[in-house]
Design a protein around this ligand. Structure first.
Ligand code: 2PG
Ligand code: MG
Length: 436
């Protein structure tokens, strides 16, 4: 007999992939089902994000989470006791009300998102279903197209290059597992090019190469060559996906590129990115302009939104209202979905559905600070997001997610439909390559 009432819930302090403390929550239900989840943490955060509660002071750079763990144990746990874990919306609303702030700063976004996800896992366990199936409720779902980082930069690599993420997407692969195979070859090809050129600088936050390049374009050239050297056709088979994370190097329409030693206004940044789109096999660009530059986002989307995915991350902060406004303004054509940016599972789902209703592509995403938690792998399939961004193709906090999707793909068997080109909503090159 299932009884999904919450019997016991508690938080503990664990460590993330950057060696920083974070919050883990465990939810135990009356029927014995257990769910567990760990809060991730961003480095390049948007202004409108739910805020993590950190202890401050000098210990661990002020990043300790005893206060957030205590939020779980002293306030959240008593409030959730006996509540129905199967009613995620109710649980999440209760968490939002209990916190009482608009940015989750009282109890802590980290305490709240870990609780929300732990309850979700417990409800799936109580229903005796894998999480992705619990979420899909049996509706048809696609296996997501992976966006996989090859080079890290920006805030994740001491700004060695301005652009934060140089990723590949393999929409022409026949399956998720084949997309991983292709990426592994490209990663190897990129590594060998960099070693030959003496450009390997180390490992960036999300596990990609930390490149010693002299310009952003050197990274784009190297990545294009790596795609070719691995035996794939740039654009037609494998594309480049960039996270510009422009808020990290500009605001109020003024952008300062460290590498190119130049200051650009909105128009000049759009021109530069436009040149890159003309020259390299770029299929997707995230946060091309700063989060405070909606006019720039509108202009960029107007000019390039028919040939390239334009993702709002810091710009939309997984917020349904912002997604609706951006759709009305034509300020993006895709939205990144990060549960801890929204605050709860329910709010993240609302942003994703707002995107889908507006005809946006949707990408469930990890943070730069991660752990062995694989919740987002299940969200990306169960919510039929179409795309999943997790970071690089190394290090176990990243590989844990890719490997979990492989297991889901296997469980779906013949009915596993890989999203491939259908992940994108822009017209783009897919029209010319669908037949190939
Ligand atoms: C992003 C993410 C992941 P962070 O900007 O998309 O790459 O970075 O978690 O630091 O915000
Ligand atoms: Mg981003």
């Amino acid at each position: 007999m299932t009884d999904a009432r919450i019997a016991k819930l508690y938080g503990r302090r664990v460590w993330d992939s950057r060696g920083r403390p974070t919050v883990e929550v465990e939810a135990h239900l009356a029927d014995g089902a257990v769910g567990r989840a760990i809060a991730p943490a961003g480095a390049s955060t948007g202004q409108g994000e739910a805020l993590d509660l950190r202890d401050g002071g000098s210990r661990f750079g002020g990043l300790d989470v005893h206060r957030a763990v205590s939020s779980v144990n002293t306030e959240i746990a008593p409030a959730l006791k006996e509540q129905d874990a199967a009613d995620q919306e109710f649980i999440d609303q209760l968490l939002v009300n209990l916190d009482g702030t608009s940015d989750r700063s009282r109890l802590g976004g980290n305490a709240i998102v870990a609780t929300s996800m732990a309850v979700l896992h417990a409800a799936a366990a109580s229903a005796d279903k894998p999480l992705w199936l619990h979420l899909s409720g049996g509706r048809p779902v696609r296996i997501p197209l992976p966006e996989i980082q090859i080079f890290g930069g920006g805030a994740h690599a001491d700004r060695r290059v301005d652009v934060q993420d140089f990723m590949v997407v393999c929409p022409a692969a026949g399956s998720f597992s084949e997309a991983l195979d292709w990426t592994a070859e490209i990663y190897r090809a990129a590594g060998s090019l960099m070693r030959k050129a003496g450009k390997t600088g180390g490992v960036a936050d999300e596990g990609g190469f930390w490149p010693a390049f002299d310009s952003n374009e050197e990274a784009l050239e190297t990545l294009t060559l790596a795609i070719e050297n691995a035996g794939f056709a740039p654009s037609a088979q494998v594309g480049i996906s960039l996270d510009i994370a422009a808020s990290q190097f500009g605001s109020a329409g003024k952008y300062r590129l460290a590498l190119d030693d130049s200051a650009l206004d909105t128009g000049a940044l759009i021109e530069m990115l436009g040149r890159w789109i003309e020259t390299y096999p770029i299929l997707s660009i995230e946060d091309p302009l700063g989060e405070d530059d909606p006019e720039g986002m509108i202009e960029f989307t107007r000019r390039y939104g028919d040939r390239c995915q334009v993702i709002g991350d810091d710009f939309l902060v997984t917020n349904a209202k912002r997604v609706q406004a951006a759709a009305a303004d034509g300020a993006a054509n895709a939205v990144l979905i990060k549960p801890n940016q929204a605050g709860t599972v329910t709010e993240a789902l609302a942003a994703l559905r707002a995107g889908q209703e507006a005809g946006f592509a949707t990408i469930v995403s990890a943070r730069s600070g991660e752990s062995e938690d694989v919740t987002i792998a299940h969200l990306s399939v169960g919510w039929d997001a179409g795309q999943l961004k997790v970071g690089s193709f190394t290090r176990s906090e990243r590989m844990a997610k890719w490997n979990e999707v492989l297991r889901i793909e296997e469980a779906l068997g013949n009915s596993a439909e890989f999203s491939g080109w259908s992940a994108f909503t822009f017209a783009g090159p897919k029209a010319s390559t669908d037949a190939s």
